[in-house]
Design a protein around this ligand. Structure first.
Ligand code: PRP
Ligand code: URA
Length: 208
C-alpha cells in the first residue's frame, strides 16, 4: 500500500478536534490549516534539493534550495481548507483548481470546473481532506495525468480503506499521505467514524 499515515501526537491531537461534532467552522478552518502544515512536511520529505553556497553574517556555508516546482491542486470545495497551508509553506507554488461534487444519492462525483497551470516536471500535491470511495480523487488524478503530471502525492485528512484500495488499484504510483485510515463507509458512503461532511463543517453549510 502506498499510503503513509502520519503518526505524530500533534496530528492525533488536531484530528481529534476536527472529529468533534462541537467544533465550530472558525476553529475547524484553523485546525484544517494546522493539520495540513504537518501533513505537507511528510508529503514533501523526498523532494530533491539543489546545493549551493550561502553567505551567513559570519561565513560561507552549504545552502539548499528546493529543486522541483510544486503545484497544489485542491479539489473544490473541501480541498480549499488545505490550500492556505501549502501556499504559506511553498511561496512559489502554482495552484490548479479541480471542481468535483458527489451526487448525494449515488455518491458518484461529477466534474464542474477545472483550471490547471502547466504541470510537467512538478510535484503535484492533490488536496482533498476526505478519501471515501476514492471516486473524486480518482477523477482528479486522471485529469492531472492527462495534463502531464507524473509525480502526484494525495494529501488527505481521513481515508476509508475502500478509497485507499480503489486509488491504489488504479494508480499505484500515487502516494497517499493521511492523518488516519478509518474503519469503514456507511450506506451513504460517509467515512466511519470520520468527521462528517468536511465542506459543510468548513463553511458552516451544515444544518444546525
Ligand atoms: C467530498 C470530499 C471529497 C469527496 C470524497 O466532497 O471533499 O471530494 O466527497 O468522496 P469520494 O472519495 O467518495 O469521492 P463533496 O462531493 O461532498 O463536495 P464538497 O467538497 O463541495 O462538499
Ligand atoms: N465527503 C465528506 O466530506 N465526508 C465523508 O465522510 C465522505 C465524503
Amino acid at each position: 500500500m502506498t499510503i503513509q499515515v502520519v503518526d505524530h501526537p500533534l496530528v492525533r491531537h488536531i484530528l481529534t478536534q476536527l472529529r468533534d461534532v462541537n467544533t465550530e467552522p472558525a476553529q475547524f478552518r484553523a485546525l484544517a490549516r494546522q493539520l495540513t502544515l504537518l501533513l505537507a512536511v511528510e508529503a514533501t520529505r523526498d523532494l530533491p534539493v539543489r546545493q549551493h553556497p550561502v553567505q551567513t553574517p559570519l561565513e560561507v556555508t552549504d545552502g539548499y534550495t528546493l529543486a522541483k516546482p510544486i503545484i497544489a491542486a485542491p479539489i473544490l470545495r473541501a480541498g480549499l481548507g488545505m490550500l492556505e497551508a501549502i501556499t504559506e509553506l511553498f511561496t512559489d507554488v502554482r495552484v490548479g483548481y479541480i471542481g468535483l461534487e458527489r451526487d448525494e444519492r449515488t455518491a458518484i462525483a461529477h466534474a464542474y470546473y477545472c483550471k490547471l497551470p502547466p504541470i510537467e516536471g512538478s510535484r503535484v500535491l492533490l488536496l482533498d481532506p476526505m478519501l471515501a470511495t476514492g471516486g473524486s480523487a480518482g477523477q482528479a488524478v486522471e485529469v492531472l495525468k492527462k495534463a502531464g503530471a507524473t509525480d502526484i502525492v494525495h494529501i488527505c485528512v481521513v481515508a476509508a480503506p475502500q478509497g485507499v484500495e480503489y486509488l491504489n488499484q488504479r494508480f499505484p504510483e500515487v502516494r497517499i499521505v493521511s492523518a488516519s485510515i478509518d474503519r469503514d463507509l456507511n450506506d451513504r458512503k460517509f467515512i466511519l467514524p470520520g468527521l462528517g461532511d468536511f465542506g459543510d463543517r468548513l463553511y458552516g453549510t451544515v444544518a444546525r
